[in-house]
Design a binder for this molecule. Sequence first.
Ligand SMILES: Nc1nc2c(ncn2[C@@H]2O[C@H](COP(=O)(O)OP(=O)(O)O)[C@@H](O)[C@H]2O)c(=O)[nH]1
Ligand SMILES: [Mg+2]
Length: 461
Amino acid sequence: GERAPMDVSELRIVLVGYRNAGKSSVGNTIFGRAEFGSKQAIKCVTRRGKTSGIHVTLVEAPGWKANIALERSPLLIKRELERSITLCAPEPHVILLVIDVDKSFKERHRRAVQEHLELLSEKVWNHTIVLFSCSLSLGDSTIEAADMEKLKTELEERAAKRRKIVLRENETLMFKKTNHWNNCTNSSNVPGDSPHLSQVRIVLLGYRGSGKSSSGNIIIGREQFDPVGRTAQCEKREEEISGRQVTVVDTPGWGCDVTIENAPERTKREILLGMSLCPPGPHALLLVVRVENSVTEKRKKTIEEYVELLNEGAWDHTIVLFTYGEYLGDTTIEEFIESEGKPLQTLVEKCGNRYHVFKHKNRRNVTELLEKIEDMVAKNNGRVYTADKDRLEVMNQKREEEGKKACERMRSVQNKRKNSKSLMGEFIAFDSFCSFTQFLHGCTEIYTVNNSINFINYRKI
Ligand SMILES: Nc1nc2c(ncn2[C@@H]2O[C@H](COP(=O)(O)OP(=O)(O)O)[C@@H](O)[C@H]2O)c(=O)[nH]1
Ligand SMILES: [Mg+2]
């Protein structure tokens, strides 16, 4: 039979999702004003209004505890979920299932969603649209829609101010730079051309997955660092770029939510040893930060501790390198820095307001980055970062000793395996792969079994 054309002048929506998934914010976005309060509701909340010329009825059902089994969910919540449909009589056009992309979503969360949604109707899935929200980008504060415009203007003003400061610093620097290069022998100064270093040494620093190896590849212009596997030891690559001999050192990253005192000694050591791969020392430390990962106060503190692990003076040689720049769209990096709040702003300021943005696999602004490095070197009167020699020597010895021990251990394990069935294989047979990887969470190597034992690189699960 023929279907009656849908009356688009009216839309009935049910908003469902676990607690704090962002249902109310979604509701407010739909209406363009703060209709739903931030207070936790345990009963359905109905709002009617006109948005984009459509009469909208929106029912927000109370959220369940994100990972609760249906049988343990309070009766009131279940009853209200069932009632939400009746509040959209004759029936809702759509059920919006809100899921927060910034929170983990494991099997037990999925099961909770399924069980709770199927209370509405068996056919609920035919009418459901998943709506991804991101709570973290908004911080802890609930932003009132009425305040949105004001906030936006404020942000734009602060961003413009930041751009101005950076520009002014650049002008002062140009003067200093010209003076510096006039006295410097290390520059290949082609007449009429802007002066530049003949050699640029760079060390990449940052938490795991921030995009260090990928950025190394962007700078070098070839896939030289492995951006799929985890970088366990510092590595060096060289290439001539825009008339400069460029050395890039990649280092292992730290877990972004692991404080430095809980970090493996090995990670700290490898980061330090990275400095010795480009003697007499790097011109620039690139502190890699992913634009779509919020720098919380806690993460900022850890970043600071790692930079200061090198020494206090390291800040003078550091530039923040933002990766995932494409995520910004047409938002400027300054607007982004201002909207992220204090932690990121403090970090950028510690680096003397030096920053640069990389977009995925886009090499266009590599030369610009090299120029920013040269500006910084000029500001430092040609000084490069130098690590304490004795300290590096101790680290080097430790690394060698550990290497030897690791070889011995491997050999003894191999010998044992010849005699008995693999220990790992037996272990996995008794455990599911998932909990096994959980168990090894944070280990450098994970062994997995498919017929034989393979070595795979560990990636964030
Ligand atoms: N979309 C996007 N992905 C990126 C970008 N930079 C890195 N990645 C991806 O992020 C993941 C982690 O990057 P990687 O370079 O290995 O990070 P590292 O641990 O700091 O070395 C990889 O899958 C990269 O392909 C970027 O600018 N944009
Ligand atoms: Mg890496």
